[in-house]
Ligand binder design. Structure first.
Ligand code: NAD
Length: 308
C-alpha cells in the first residue's frame, strides 16, 4: 500500500493502528502531545513486531524497514497536508475529538479520509463544525489493533457513501476485517453487545447470584467457547427462534435493563478500585496475575492468527 497515513494519538490504540498501516508499506506519521509518549509508542511497536517475528508471523528483516516508515512528531498541523488517510485515536472525549477534527478538516487535503477510532461517541457529533463532514467516518479498531481483525466502519449522518466504501477498501488492503454499520448510534454494534453483557455480569455480582470469578468461568468455559464460530444470531437460528422466543418471554423481565451504571460499579470507582490500574477491582490482582492475564490474551490471539 502506498497511502500516506496520519495517526493522531500514540496511546494503546494509535500505536497499534500505526503498526498495522506501516506493516503494509504505508508511510505513517504518528502524532501526540509529547515526545515521551511518542518514544514509548515506537518502543511498543518494536516490541510487538519482534514478538510477531518470534512467532513466525512476520519477517525479522522487516522490523527495521517497518519502523523506518513511521515518523513521529508533535506537530499535527505540519503533518496533515499531503496525507490520504487520518485516523484519530486520542482520548475518548467529544470536545477534544471535535477540536482535532476541525484541525484535520482545515489542514488535510480535500480528498483525504478523516477517520475516528472512537469506541462509542456519535460520528455525526464529532464531525460537527467541520467544513467537510462528508469526509468524516468512524473506523473502530479493537484492542490490540494489530491482532484483532475487526474494524467497524460507521458513517455519520453526512458521511458520503464513497468515503465509506474507500475506507472499507483501505482497511481490507491493510489486512483487517472491516464491516459496514448502517446507522450512527452510540456504541455502534460491538460495544452495544459487549456492554449489554457487562451490565448483566455486574448485576449478577451485585445481586449476590455468583462471585466475579464464577461469572467469568461461566463465559470462558461455557458459551464463550462457541463465540468464535457462532455469532448470537446464528446461535438463535441453531436452537430455533421458537425456543428463543419462549426463553425471552420468561427471562427478559428478570434481566438488568437499567439505563444508568450499576451502584456497585460507581462505588468501586469512587473507592479507587479500578482493576489492573490499582491492583483491585471486583477482585484483587497481584502483578504476577495481571501479567498472566495480559500474556495469556496475547498468546491466545497469536495462536488464532497462526491458525488462520
Ligand atoms: P490512550 O489513553 O492509551 O491514548 C490516547 C492518546 O491520545 C494519549 O497518548 C494522549 O496523549 C493522546 N492525546 C490527547 N490529546 C491529544 C491531542 N490533542 N493530539 C494528539 N494526541 C493527543 O487511549 P486509547 O486506549 O489508545 O484510546 C484512544 C481512542 O481509541 C479512544 O477514543 C478510545 O475510546 C478508542 N478505543 C480504545 C480501545 C481500547 O481498548 N483501549 C479500543 C477501541 C477504541
Amino acid at each position: 500500500m502506498e497511502q500516506r497515513v496520519l495517526v493522531v494519538g500514540a496511546g494503546l490504540m494509535g500505536r497499534g493502528i500505526a503498526q498495522v498501516f506501516a506493516s503494509r508499506g504505508c508511510a505513517v506519521t504518528l502524532t501526540d502531545v509529547g515526545d515521551q509518549v511518542l518514544a514509548r509508542g515506537l518502543e511498543e511497536i518494536r516490541r510487538s513486531l519482534t514478538r510477531l517475528a518470534d512467532e513466525g508471523l512476520g519477517e525479522r528483516a522487516e522490523i527495521e524497514p517497518t519502523l523506518g516508515r513511521i515518523r513521529v512528531t508533535t506537530d499535527l498541523d505540519a503533518a496533515a497536508p499531503g496525507i490520504d488517510l487520518a485516523v484519530e485515536a486520542v482520548t475518548e472525549n467529544l470536545e477534544l475529538k471535535r477540536r482535532v477534527f476541525r484541525r484535520l478538516d482545515a489542514r488535510c487535503p480535500p480528498g483525504a479520509i478523516l477517520a475516528t477510532n472512537t469506541s462509542v461517541i456519535s460520528i455525526t457529533e464529532i464531525a460537527e463544525g467541520c467544513r467537510r463532514p462528508e469526509r468524516v467516518v468512524g473506523a473502530h479498531f479493537w484492542n490490540p489493533a494489530v491482532l484483532v481483525p475487526l474494524v467497524e466502519v460507521v458513517p455519520g449522518e453526512r458521511t458520503s457513501a464513497a468515503v465509506v466504501e474507500a475506507t472499507v477498501a483501505l482497511l481490507a488492503a491493510a489486512g483487517k476485517h472491516p464491516v459496514r454499520i448502517r446507522k450512527d448510534v452510540p456504541g455502534f454494534v460491538g460495544n452495544r453487545l459487549q456492554h449489554a453483557l457487562w451490565r448483566e455480569a455486574i448485576s449478577i455480582v451485585e445481586q449476590g447470584i455468583a462471585t466475579p470469578e464464577v461469572v467469568d468461568e461461566v463465559v470462558k468455559h461455557g458459551f464463550g467457547l462457541r463465540l468464535p464460530v457462532l455469532g448470537p444470531l446464528e446461535n438463535a437460528e441453531l436452537v430455533g427462534l421458537d425456543l428463543t422466543l419462549a426463553i425471552h418471554d420468561y427471562l427478559l423481565k428478570h434481566l438488568d435493563a437499567s439505563p444508568s451504571p450499576s451502584p456497585l460499579l460507581s462505588e468501586k470507582v469512587a473507592a479507587g478500585e479500578l482493576g489492573f490500574k490499582t491492583g483491585r477491582g471486583f477482585r484483587d490482582w497481584s502483578p504476577q496475575e495481571m501479567d498472566r492475564v495480559r500474556t495469556g490474551l496475547e498468546t491466545h490471539l497469536l495462536r488464532l492468527r497462526k491458525g488462520g
